[in-house]
Design a protein around this ligand. Structure first.
Ligand SMILES: Cc1cc2nc3c(=O)[nH]c(=O)nc-3n(C[C@H](O)[C@H](O)[C@H](O)COP(=O)(O)O)c2cc1C
Length: 173
């Protein structure tokens, strides 16, 4: 699949089989995130790989959006490691969410490249997940990535096909 096909064919997967994701595939997804650009190369991303049934059950207590995936990447950033930009107009500005989003997008596309399903999940109770998994206080969890083999017959949600035309989102000056 070339890059254009990859970005057009990726969609949010919300139905998975029970088949575990191999360590090789999870590692390849993580590796795609590792090479992502971050502000000042600060690399504040911190990721927890959750595959044990008891930990997946904890995720289910904190989010309705695991969708039965056999693996979840809990994605956070270190507040200490993140680059802070002193912006005169807006005050100090934290790049953690921006850096994290780039890392996440690299991993989302790599998952698709490997034939795996994944989804960006922003609907979760952050403090609860932090306590449940025993994550350090320095971490802000910004998203979850359910990861797995897409259930046979699953298709993209209709919203996937609803993209605004460039005229509505872009201004050529
Ligand atoms: C920041 C962000 C948060 C999202 N949170 C959720 C979520 O909590 N649950 C969910 O099912 N999908 C979530 N999504 C997926 C979007 O609904 C989805 O990307 C969008 O509808 C376009 O569909 P597509 O990914 O299939 O192209 C999120 C996506 C983004 C970028």
């Amino acid at each position: 699949m070339d890059f254009q096909e990859l970005i057009e064919q990726r969609y949010s997967v919300r139905k998975y089989t029970d088949e575990p994701v191999s360590i090789e595939d999870i590692t390849a997804v993580l590796e795609a995130g590792r090479v992502a650009p971050t502000a000042r190369n600060s690399q504040p991303q911190r990721i927890w790989v959750v595959t044990k049934p008891e930990d997946l059950a904890k995720i289910d207590e904190c989010s309705p959006c695991r969708f039965g995936a056999p693996a979840v990447l809990v994605c956070g950033f270190s507040k200490e490691a993140t680059f802070m930009h002193a912006d005169e107009r807006n005050g100090d500005w934290c790049y953690g969410f921006v850096d994290g989003s780039i890392v996440f997008t690299h991993m989302l596309l790599k998952a698709r490249d490997l034939g795996l399903g994944a989804c960006w999940v922003g609907l979760f109770d952050g403090p609860k997940i932090q306590d449940a998994l025993g994550l350090p206080d320095d971490i802000t969890v910004y998203s979850l990535m359910p990861l797995g083999h897409e259930a046979p017959g699953n298709v993209a949600n209709p919203r996937h096909f609803e993209r605004l035309p460039l005229e509505e989102t872009v201004t050529w000056l």
